[in-house]
Design a protein around this ligand. Structure first.
Ligand code: FAD
Length: 251
């Protein structure tokens, strides 16, 4: 239950409020405002101006409170990332849910997180005025450290593909694969559809061995939705499809 609500006007004020116990940032509130047994104070971020989308050279800086829908509709959003965002949540949720809130709340089935992991997103996270750091998403996801996320940065100079298998076209995927490839040949494959967080299956200097990497990553991925054997096969097929897409056209 939210027992106190704050709406700071500055980042410093928000950071100060967040030093209090049981106090959490409020993004779109689609999850935080659900009934819960714990008492929390909410620090609403909406007046902090963290909802911008900025192209900075080869990077795209996504403000923490930017909604999933505004990111999806933005001019520079990579096409394959749009597919991942559409699958993350239906439009009513996308209109409220923020990029940072989704980053904190999403599990291994999150298509948005899978895409960000493949893109090697950088997370700007602040604990206080004096403590600000940039974290790689690969380090960030397993720990989800406390702090206020102010932005998420993704590269625009990669080729990027996203493929998935689900029961229906709009359903949360049972397996999804996101693949980024840099001009240098660096190839990064992330898999989603299982567990607490998406998995980084490969980050190599080239694409060779991608199918084996995809299979290996999901060798224990059994749950109520699918067996590990099924996921291993599908992951290898989706990784190969992503690679084909990158070779055919640039997203
Ligand atoms: C009825 C309903 C139930 C749902 N249940 C779940 C569920 O159980 N699990 C799940 O993963 N998704 C659930 N969702 C999906 C949820 O809406 C998404 O995860 C959504 O993307 C969260 O984004 P938000 O901006 O609304 O986050 P919020 O609800 O505002 O916050 C979610 C979490 O992120 C933190 N947070 C928000 N912004 C920041 C920031 N800038 N820096 C640091 N931390 C921040 C909050 O403190 C909170 O812990 C549910 C949605 C609905 C409508």
């Amino acid at each position: 239950m939210i027992t106190a609500y704050h709406r700071p006007k500055t980042l410093d004020e928000a950071l100060e409020l967040l030093t209090q116990p049981n106090t959490l940032p409020l993004g779109g509130g689609t999850l935080l405002s659900q009934p819960q047994t714990d008492s929390v104070q909410a620090v609403d971020l909406q007046l902090l101006g963290l909802d911008s989308l900025k192209t900075k050279g080869n990077d795209y800086e996504i403000g923490a409170t930017c909604t999933l829908q505004s990111l999806l509709e933005s001019k520079d959003c990579p096409e394959a990332l749009r597919i991942a965002i559409r699958l993350e949540a239906p439009i009513n949720i996308r209109n409220s849910a923020t990029a940072a809130g989704t980053l904190i709340a999403g599990d291994g089935r999150s298509t948005f997180l899978t895409a960000l992991l493949a893109l090697d997103a950088k997370i700007d996270i602040r604990k206080s005025k004096a403590d600000s750091r940039i974290s790689n998403i690969g380090e960030f996801l397993p720990l989800r450290p406390n702090g206020l996320i102010t932005s998420i940065t993704i590269p625009l100079n990669t080729k990027f593909a996203f493929e998935f298998v689900s029961k229906t076209p709009a359903d949360t995927p049972i397996v999804c694969a996101a693949l980024s490839q840099w001009n240098s040949g660096r190839t990064r494959l992330a898999l989603g559809g299982y567990g607490k967080t998406p998995l980084l299956a490969m980050d190599g200097t080239e694409a060779e061995g991608i199918d084996t990497a995809a299979r290996n990553a999901y060798h224990e991925a059994t749950d109520e939705w699918a067996s590990a054997e099924y996921r291993m096969d599908v992951a290898a097929t989706l990784a190969a499809r992503c690679l084909e897409r990158l070779n055919v056209k640039t997203f």
